[in-house]
Ligand binder design. Structure first.
Ligand code: GLU
Length: 485
C-alpha cells in the first residue's frame, strides 16, 4: 500500500502581526511536515470581517519567510487545492452548509440579535449554560420558506445532538471527552454570508487533504463541533495535536501586557531568526537531553510530537536572551551588519551614513555585551552621536580639578598619531601618564567619560579605535569645555 502523503497546514487569522504562539504553531507544523517529507500549507483564515487588517496577509507571509519557514502551498505561491485565503472560498462553504441543511444536520435560524440577547440574559439569570434554545429548529418548511422570502438576514446553525459524549484521541492530550450538552448549536454561516471558523476549518482541512492538525490548546474546545461536522459529512478526521498553552512567568496566559508578543517586535529589536526559532522550539518541546542550541535543520531532524508536553510552557525572556546570544556567537561581525543597518534605519540615526567597516568595529566591540542587536543602540549610543550628558557618579569619582590639563596633554599626544591602531592609543596614553607622573587610570576614566558619557562599556581602546582620532579629540575637547566645577 502506498502511504498517504503527509499534509500539514498552518492556518492563522491575519490579525496584523504574528504572535510568538503563532510562530511556535507554524514552526511545529513546519518541522513535522519537513521531517516526514510532507507538504506544508499556509491557509489564511480571514472569515471574521470585523477583524480585517489591511496588509496583514503580506506581513504574515514576510514574517514566516524571515523565520525561514517556507511553505509549499499557499497564497501567492499557489498549489492544487487553492484558493488558500478563506474569504476567496465563500461559495464552497455555502454549498457545504446547504448540503447539511438538506441532510437535516443544520437549519436556518432567523432569530434577531435582540431575541438572542434576551434569551441569553434570561438563561444566565438561572445560572444555566447559555446555549441557543433551538427555537428555529421547530419551524415548518413553509415557515422557513416564508422567512427566507422576506428576511435578508439569517444564519445557518448545526444541529448538536443531546446527551452524547464526544470522544477523540489527541496526539498530545491523549483521550479527550466532552459532553454534547455543553455545545451550542454552532452558527456555520453568519448573517454576513461568511462562514464561521468551525465550518471553514473543517471543509478546508478536508478539501486540502490535511492529514494532521497541529495547533494551540485554545482550540481544543472546538474539536467536538468539528468531529460532529466530520461525521455529518462522512469525512475522515485528521490526526489532532493540541500544543500546550504559552504562559507568562506568573503562569497567566501570555499577553501583551507583560512584554512583546509579536514576532515583528523581536525582529525589530535585532533578535536573530535562529535565536527566536530555537527558543520557540523549546516552548513545549525538548530533545530529552541537555542540548539547547539547535539550527532549523537540526530541529527538523530532532523534533518529535511525542516529546511535546501537556503542561503550559513558560515564556522566559532570559532564556530567549541567552539562546539568542549563543546564536550571535555563531555569527561574524559582518553577518550582523545588515541587521544593525536595518535597526539604524528605523531609528533617529537613520541619516548617518556609516561604513560597513565602522559598523563591523562597533559590533566587534559590543557583541559580547548584548543579547540582541539593538542592544548596541541601547547600551552604546555614543557610537552614533556625541554623548548627550556625562554620568554624574563617574564625574564625581574620576573628574578632578587637574583633569582638563591632563587631558589636554593627551590630546596633544593623540594628535601626533598617524592612522593609530588600538595599541597606538594605549601606548600614547601610557606615555602621557608617565610624563605627567600619574597612574594611567587618572587618564583612562576621564577619557572614557569624555568619549562615551559613561563609566562602563567595551575596552577603552576599542572605543577610541572605532570612533577614530578626529572624533576622539573633538569629544575630549568638548568634555573639557562642558564639564565645569
Ligand atoms: N484560524 C485559527 C487561528 O487563528 C486556526 C486554528 C486551527 O489551526 O484550526 O489560530
Amino acid at each position: 500500500m502506498i502511504s498517504k502523503t503527509i499534509r500539514i497546514r498552518f492556518a492563522p487569522s491575519p490579525t496584523g502581526y504574528l504572535h510568538v504562539g503563532g510562530l511556535r504553531t507554524a514552526l511545529y507544523n513546519y518541522l513535522f511536515a519537513r521531517q516526514n517529507k510532507g507538504v506544508f500549507i499556509l491557509r489564511i483564515e480571514d472569515t471574521d470581517r470585523t477583524r480585517y487588517v489591511e496588509g496583514a496577509v503580506e506581513n504574515l507571509i514576510n514574517t514566516l519567510r524571515w523565520a525561514g519557514l517556507d511553505f509549499d502551498e499557499g497564497p501567492k505561491k499557489g498549489g492544487s487545492f487553492g484558493p488558500y485565503i478563506q474569504s476567496e472560498r465563500l461559495d464552497i462553504y455555502r454549498k457545504y452548509a446547504e448540503q447539511l441543511v438538506n441532510d437535516g444536520k443544520a437549519y436556518y435560524c432567523f432569530c434577531t440579535s435582540e431575541r438572542l440577547e434576551k434569551m441569553r440574559d434570561d438563561l444566565e439569570g438561572t445560572g444555566a449554560f447559555a446555549k441557543y434554545d433551538k427555537t428555529c429548529l421547530k419551524l415548518s418548511q413553509s415557515d422557513i420558506e416564508k422567512n427566507l422570502a422576506v428576511r435578508s438576514t439569517y444564519v445557518i446553525r448545526m444541529k448538536v445532538p443531546e446527551n452524547r459524549i464526544i470522544k477523540f484521541h489527541d496526539l498530545i492530550r491523549e483521550e479527550v471527552e466532552i459532553a454534547s450538552d455543553l455545545i451550542d448549536d454552532q452558527v456555520l454561516i453568519k448573517s454576513d454570508g461568511y462562514p464561521t471558523y468551525h465550518l471553514a476549518n473543517v471543509v478546508d482541512d478536508h478539501l486540502m487533504k490535511v492529514t494532521h492538525v497541529i495547533r494551540g490548546e485554545e482550540w481544543l474546545p472546538s474539536v467536538p463541533k468539528h468531529i460532529l461536522l466530520y461525521e455529518y459529512f462522512g469525512w475522515e478526521i485528521p490526526k489532532l495535536a493540541h500544543l500546550p498553552l504559552l504562559l507568562n512567568a506568573d503562569r497567566s496566559k501570555l499577553s501583551k501586557r507583560q512584554g512583546d508578543v509579536a514576532v515583528e517586535d523581536y525582529k525589530a529589536k535585532g533578535y536573530l531568526k535562529e535565536g527566536l526559532v530555537n527558543f520557540v522550539a523549546f516552548l513545549g518541546w525538548n530533545p530529552g537531553d541537555e542540548r539547547e542550541i539547535f539550527s532549523l535543520d537540526e530541529l527538523v531532524k530532532e523534533f518529535s510530537l511525542e516529546r511535546v508536553g501537556k503542561a503550559g510552557a513558560i515564556f522566559n525572556i532570559e532564556k530567549l536572551n541567552w539562546i539568542n546570544l549563543q546564536h550571535i556567537h555563531q555569527k561574524t561581525n559582518e553577518d550582523l551588519i545588515p541587521i544593525l543597518k536595518e535597526i539604524l534605519s528605523n531609528s533617529k540615526y537613520k541619516g548617518l551614513n556609516l561604513s560597513d567597516e565602522y559598523l563591523a568595529n562597533v559590533i566587534g566591540a559590543m557583541r559580547v555585551r548584548i543579547n540582541y542587536v539593538s542592544g548596541i543602540l541601547e547600551k552604546s549610543s555614543y557610537f552614533f552621536e556625541q554623548p548627550q550628558s556625562y554620568d554624574e557618579n563617574v564625574l564625581k569619582k574620576h573628574w578632578r580639578q587637574e583633569t582638563p590639563n591632563q587631558l589636554s596633554k593627551l590630546i596633544k599626544e593623540y594628535s601626533l598619531l598617524q592612522n593609530p591602531t588600538k595599541e597606538d592609543y594605549e601606548t600614547a596614553l601610557k606615555k602621557t601618564a608617565e610624563q605627567l607622573g600619574i597612574g594611567a587610570g587618572k587618564l583612562i576614566h576621564p577619557t572614557r567619560l569624555a568619549v562615551s558619557g559613561m563609566g562602563e562599556g567595551p575596552g577603552l581602546y576599542d572605543i577610541l579605535f572605532t570612533l577614530g582620532k578626529e572624533e576622539v579629540i573633538k569629544r575630549i575637547e568638548t568634555a573639557i569645555n562642558k564639564i565645569k566645577f
